[in-house]
Design a protein around this ligand. Structure first.
Ligand SMILES: [Fe+2]
Ligand SMILES: [Fe+2]
Length: 433
């Protein structure tokens, strides 16, 4: 069987391709336009695709627009409803409005991400195909179920949320209000003793140190300034998010923690070259851009830690590399849209929502905000510095990073940015370790 897959997110795209490789011949596309061209070309050459798997959310031409184009093409060719190409839409966890829009546009079925092989095989069978594929492994089943359960748990408010987003948010609100002041900021920070102590320590560190010894939060704020204080507090609060209970999940979280630092510092340096973006705001956004991934992994870490008590589960859960790989790829597949939804539920502004949602895109519409581009670029540069999440080979093509092109930053400047940020990143990681 011949399958066309349109999915913008590179990790998901490869994961889907791998899962479909035993089922049929697949062609992969990053966005709607080239996918539509391939669809038409294959049709005209008499070798049409049997099935299209389309991600709803893609830059330039999204899945629903592509679906509409496909259906109108088929209508022009007088193809009956029964003979139309089967289309499966991939949506981020059951957003009812999106699903309805997909059906109105003429899809045959939809699947909620993360992409699960057994679910897609069932859907193919319903469409009348007879895919032959090995049943999913226990690991695949358990992990995709855990990720789905974790998302459900967050949606239903069953999962307790960490304080990080709230402190960051409170500081953000305070700084946007007309009565922003160091005493207002001190009030917020003092609510958390651990954060207060760490802030005072940071203010006394040689990096920021002055002559006078800092003894309280207010003094710390006046030495550091409001913007810098907010960045440091976010950094401290952020660290607590990455603690794990299950030993083999620790390296995953460490990687993610370092990644968040790297992206934060890179964002600050990039913002220094873009007049419309404030450095400290870019720093905070970089720090928490992957909050969706962090909270999902943390939640799954909790679930596994609890399961360990059950000895039947113990063997499967101990030191299982396949499980870790599956965990990372299923989390990556959903983390951006999940992160966007988290920020929405927390009543953060559109700027935070967009950073979470769009930080891994590689093509952009005209209305894209510069701050999103800054974090997106930082996320890509973090890979070249060996701090990518997930860890992967760096693409050396610095000339063709879309966000850098739109921001007007040249490849030579990117190298400078990486060098400057690298010093800060090492310092930050060693300082917090
Ligand atoms: Fe990400
Ligand atoms: Fe990231």
């Amino acid at each position: 069987m011949k399958i066309l897959v349109a999915e913008d997110e590179p990790v998901s795209r490869l994961r889907i391709a791998k899962m479909l490789s035993e089922i049929g011949e697949t062609e992969l596309f990053e966005t709607g336009k080239p996918a539509l061209e391939a669809f038409v070309k294959n049709f005209d050459e008499g070798t049409p695709f049997d099935m299209l798997i389309l991600d709803v959310s893609m830059p330039e031409m999204d899945g629903i627009e592509l679906l509409k184009e496909v259906r109108s093409f088929e209508k022009k060719k007088n193809i009956t409803k029964e003979d139309r190409t089967k289309v499966l839409m991939l949506t981020s966890y059951a957003d009812k409005d999106t699903v309805i829009a997909c059906y109105v546009a003429g899809c045959d079925d939809y699947a909620v991400k993360p992409f699960k092989k057994h679910v897609v095989i069932e859907k193919m069978q319903k469409m009348g195909f007879t895919p032959d594929a090995a049943p999913p492994t226990e690991t695949e089943l358990s992990i995709s179920k855990m990720v789905a359960d974790a998302i459900e748990g967050f949606k239903k408010g069953k999962v307790e949320l960490p304080s990080l987003p709230f402190i960051v948010q409170e500081l953000q609100d305070m700084m946007n209000s007309p009565n922003a002041s160091s005493s207002e900021m001190a009030k917020i920070i003092k609510k958390d003793t651990a954060i207060s102590i760490n802030l005072i320590k940071a203010a006394n560190s040689p990096y920021y140190g002055g002559v006078e010894n800092i003894k309280d939060v207010k003094m710390a704020i006046s030495r550091l300034g409001l913007d810098k204080t907010r960045s440091i507090v976010s950094e401290i609060a952020n660290k607590g998010l990455y603690e794990t209970k299950v030993p083999y999940i620790k390296p995953v979280m460490d990687l993610l923690w370092k990644h968040s630092f790297a992206v934060a510092h890179l964002s600050r340096h990039i913002a220094g070259k873009v007049w419309s973006v404030k450095e400290e705001q870019a720093f905070v956004k970089g720090l928490i851009h992957d909050v969706g991934a962090t909270l999902l992994i943390k939640n799954i870490d909790d679930i596994i830690a609890k399961q360990k008590k059950d000895s039947a589960q113990k063997d499967m859960m101990e030191n299982n590399q396949a499980l870790v790989d599956e965990l990372i790829s299923s989390v990556i597949e959903v983390h951006a849209s999940f992160g966007g939804t988290l920020f929405k539920t927390w009543n953060f502004g559109k700027d935070f929502v967009d950073v979470a949602r769009l930080h891994e895109w590689d093509k952009f519409d005209d209305e894209i905000d510069n701050e999103v581009l800054v974090v997106n670029l930082a996320d890509q540069l973090s890979v070249t510095m060996g701090h990518g999440f997930p860890a992967r080979e760096a693409s050396t093509d610095m000339e063709n990073i879309q966000s850098a092109i739109i921001l007007g930053i040249e490849a030579s400047e990117l190298t400078q940015i990486c060098n400057a940020a690298s010093k800060d990143i090492d310092e930050a990681i060693n300082g917090m370790d």
